[in-house]
Design a protein around this ligand. Structure first.
Ligand SMILES: NC(=O)c1ccc[n+]([C@@H]2O[C@H](COP(=O)([O-])OP(=O)(O)OC[C@H]3O[C@@H](n4cnc5c(N)ncnc54)[C@H](OP(=O)(O)O)[C@@H]3O)[C@@H](O)[C@H]2O)c1
Length: 276
């Protein structure tokens, strides 16, 4: 098992831990006995979660407030992965979406900055932290046989281009492709990289992306963050390549992969008009 057994020196660093899927993943890891390093910008939310985890499990969680879209914030967290010997796991859950067609977003400086921030967080930070963790974990696995595990949060939007959220879907296609390829590269090293690709999930995501798609979507298509987190942590612990939680999302991912682009993209373009 690439995720070592829980213990006082088996820490997992979780980004995006201040809300939604990242917070639920921290809860799921803590319930399994793993102390956590909690990373996001909102220090107060992280401190509240650390107190909750300590109450529930008796485990200490460390709070590391950092903006991962910013070079300094990313450097700080990368240093933790490179030098803190207690860290045996990394979860990259921090991420956000921007809704709107690119021609419209290009008109406003604020929207262009949001797209830039999206790529910095969803792609650059995830890539940078993953590479740092792999370097540290593989080096340690060679010299001590202590294993390590990484969980990268992608999305079912990774499986086809998506008009209306083009940059977000492309960022998740990057996460999916990069992570699945590296999972295979890591075979036999004692280190694993698992990709979690949720569909619509009730979190702070819709507010951050300024979309009401979650309200318009049929109830059965919207999942709970705790279920997504459980599926992700179980797959991470087992060292699986990837997990798409829920039948509806698995069908959507298969459709996105297999449907001819000439038919799929115009249909998605019209659907995104309705979803807003
Ligand atoms: N909800 C969905 O439907 C859905 C579906 C598929 C995939 N996902 C993916 O799931 C992951 C978690 O999203 P969520 O749904 O749980 O949304 P969420 O509740 O909005 O959580 C996003 C997390 O990312 C953190 N974050 C945002 N910008 C950051 C920055 N610059 N630096 C550091 N941390 C930052 C936020 O913390 P702070 O604001 O405190 O920094 C928060 O903890 C994302 O990668 C998202 O793309 C979500």
């Amino acid at each position: 098992m690439p995720l070592p057994p829980p213990g006082p020196d088996s820490h997992v660093l979780v980004t995006g831990a201040s809300s939604g899927i990242g917070a639920e993943i921290a809860r799921a890891l803590s319930a399994r006995g793993y102390p956590t390093l909690l990373v996001a910008r909102r220090e107060e939310a992280l401190t509240d979660l650390a107190a909750e985890l300590s109450r529930r499990t008796g485990l200490t969680s460390e709070v590391h407030a950092a903006d991962l879209g910013d070079d300094d914030g990313r450097d700080t967290v990368r240093d933790l992965l490179l030098h803190d010997e207690r860290v045996i796991g990394l979860v990259n859950a921090a991420g956000f979406g921007v809704t709107g067609r690119v021609a419209g977003l290009a008109e406003r400086e604020e929207d262009r900055a949001a797209l830039d921030g999206l790529v910095r967080l969803n792609v650059l930070a995830l890539h940078d932290l993953t590479v740092a963790a792999i370097g540290a974990f593989v080096r340690r696995a060679r010299s001590t046989t202590r294993t390590g595990a990484i969980l990268n949060v992608s999305s079912i939007t990774a499986f086809q281009p998506l008009p209306g959220v083009a940059s977000y879907a492309a960022s998740k296609a990057f996460v999916q492709s990069f992570s699945e390829a590296v999972h295979t590269e890591l075979s036999g090293t004692g280190v694993s990289l698992t990709t979690l690709s949720p569909g619509l999930t009730r979190t702070g995501f819709a507010d951050a992306a300024s979309t009401d798609a979650f309200d318009k979507a049929p109830g059965f298509t919207v999942g709970e963050a705790s279920d997504v987190a459980e599926a992700g942590v179980a797959a991470m612990a087992a060292g699986h390549r990837s997990i798409v939680p829920g039948l509806v999302n698995q069908l959507s991912a298969a459709g996105g992969r297999l449907a001819p682009r000439t038919l799929l993209l115009p249909a998605l373009n019209s659907a995104m008009d309705w979803f807003g």
